[in-house]
Write a protein that binds this ligand. Structure first.
Ligand SMILES: [Zn+2]
Length: 74
C-alpha cells in the first residue's frame, strides 16, 4: 500500500474495495464531501473529511513533468 495514494474506502454495503469517487463538494465549513459509488453492488453514499492541511510551497518537490509530487520533511 502506498502512503501517498488515496485512501481506499470500502463499500459500507458489501465491503467491496472496488469503489470510486463520483464527484466532490465542499461544505460551508470547508469540509470535503465525496460522493462514492461501489462498482460491485452499485451502492452510492457520501463520505466527509475535514479541511485539508495547507502546505507551504517549499514542502513540495515536483517530479519531472508528471503530476506526482513528494513532500519534503523539514
Ligand atoms: Zn458495494
Amino acid at each position: 500500500m502506498s502512503r501517498s495514494g488515496a485512501i481506499q474506502i470500502r463499500c459500507p454495503q458489501c465491503g467491496g474495495r472496488d469503489t470510486h469517487v463520483v464527484c466532490t463538494f465542499h461544505t460551508e465549513a470547508e469540509q470535503l464531501v465525496r460522493r462514492r459509488h461501489c462498482q460491485f453492488c452499485d451502492h452510492r453514499w457520501y463520505t466527509v473529511q475535514s479541511a485539508e492541511q495547507p502546505l507551504s510551497q517549499y514542502s513540495i518537490k515536483w517530479k519531472g513533468k508528471s503530476r506526482i509530487v513528494s513532500l519534503i520533511d523539514h
